[in-house]
Write a protein that binds this ligand. Structure first.
Ligand code: BTX
Length: 321
């Protein structure tokens, strides 16, 4: 709530601050202050309280929570609001449901998903408070055929945000994944609402494994940020700076997507890509073959050469090492 944010702001500035002082400053009752502190604690903030001294913020939250997300979006030049739920079936579904009500770009984030989905309705493991489950809704006014390029810009945004925030080497695995050390840490998918060949909304779902879970390490090819950081002692991740960075990079690459051709990021994208020159199993709708990706076109098509020297132009496919 707005009150949570105001209380947090006061606590961030001071050492100990009495409940009465905060109440006066915010023009609310002491009970309301106490309630806000209680709810901040529930969101993962460590707030100490000492008799006769008051409250003190000891540690920011290492979880994604509504207070943090709302303040991030306030600073955003692109997203107008954020919807946060502790638990949903899928943030994609919730985002779709709000699309006509909310006219500006917005974000949906959930603490867990009970029916998180990947492409082709595959399951996306979304354990509670262990990952980022987010759908970002964009409202461009562009032709539908531009959408192929969207994933290229977004993948660069996510890879850059992970690299800058956690100092890990994040690689782009075309078309939908981000890998670290050969394992999938993030999957994203792009869905579109269009009319007369014009895009009305893009709903981009991003699932990022933040903390270690059995569920995810059980998946042969998956990993989490925590696993990859290989920390000696368990340390919480800095959610605030990561989210800030992610929103900055999403805004930057979305702007680039709208205003610039893919060639403007092509070199950077290729340098982050992990599929080139490797023999891969490529599965399209109705055929599977082995080939080496060698290039990406300005329109966003992948070019792969098979062992007969034939070049294949691929729009969408599953590719495996
Ligand atoms: P994808 O179809 O490319 O990947 C799905 C496959 O990845 C699964 O079949 C499984 O093998 C593997 N997998 C499942 N869960 C995980 C996980 N947590 N980490 C690593 N690998 C996994 C990629 O689909 C797109 C995923 C988008 C997920 C986001 S979360 C927010 C939004 N809401 C929603 O329901 N989906 C999107």
């Amino acid at each position: 709530s707005k009150l949570n944010q105001e209380v947090l702001k006061l606590l961030s500035k001071q050492d100990f601050l009495s409940g009465q002082k905060m109440a006066t400053e915010l023009g609310i009752s002491r009970t309301a202050v106490w309630k806000a502190v209680k709810s901040l604690r529930e969101e993962g903030y460590t707030v100490e309280s000492v008799t006769n001294k008051g409250y003190k913020l000891v540690a920011a939250s290492s979880e994604l929570n509504e207070t943090l997300l709302t303040s991030m979006v306030k600073d955003s030049s692109l997203f107008s609001e954020v919807i946060y739920k502790d638990s949903v079936d899928s943030t994609q579904k919730l985002a779709f449901g709000k699309i006509t009500d909310i006219k500006e770009p917005f974000i949906v984030v959930a603490g867990e998903q009970t029916e998180g989905r990947g492409r082709f309705n595959r399951e996306w493991a979304s354990p509670e408070k262990r990952g980022l489950y987010m759908s970002a809704v964009f409202k461009p006014d562009i032709y539908l055929n531009e959408i192929i390029k969207f994933n290229l810009f977004i993948s660069l945004a996510i890879a850059n945000a992970i690299e800058k925030s956690f100092n890990l080497d994040a690689g782009i695995k075309w078309p939908n994944d981000i890998y670290i050390n050969g394992r999938k840490v993030c999957g994203f998918l792009t869905e579109v609402i269009s009319e007369n060949n014009m895009i009305q909304s893009i709903i981009c779902g991003i699932g990022l494994n933040l903390y270690h879970t059995e569920d995810i390490s059980k998946l042969e090819t998956a990993t989490s940020i925590e696993d990859e950081l290989k920390l000696d002692d368990k340390k919480d991740l800095d959610m605030e700076s990561f989210l800030k960075q992610l929103i900055i990079d999403l805004e930057k690459q979305y702007d680039q997507f709208i205003n610039m051709p893919f060639s403007s990021i092509r070199e950077e994208w290729i340098s982050k890509s992990i599929i080139f020159g490797k023999e891969m199993r490529i599965s399209e709708m109705n055929r599977t073959f082995m080939a080496k990706p060698v290039d990406i076109t300005d329109e966003g098509f992948l070019l792969a050469v098979d062992r007969y020297g034939e070049t294949h132009k691929i729009i969408s496919a599953d590719i495996e090492f």
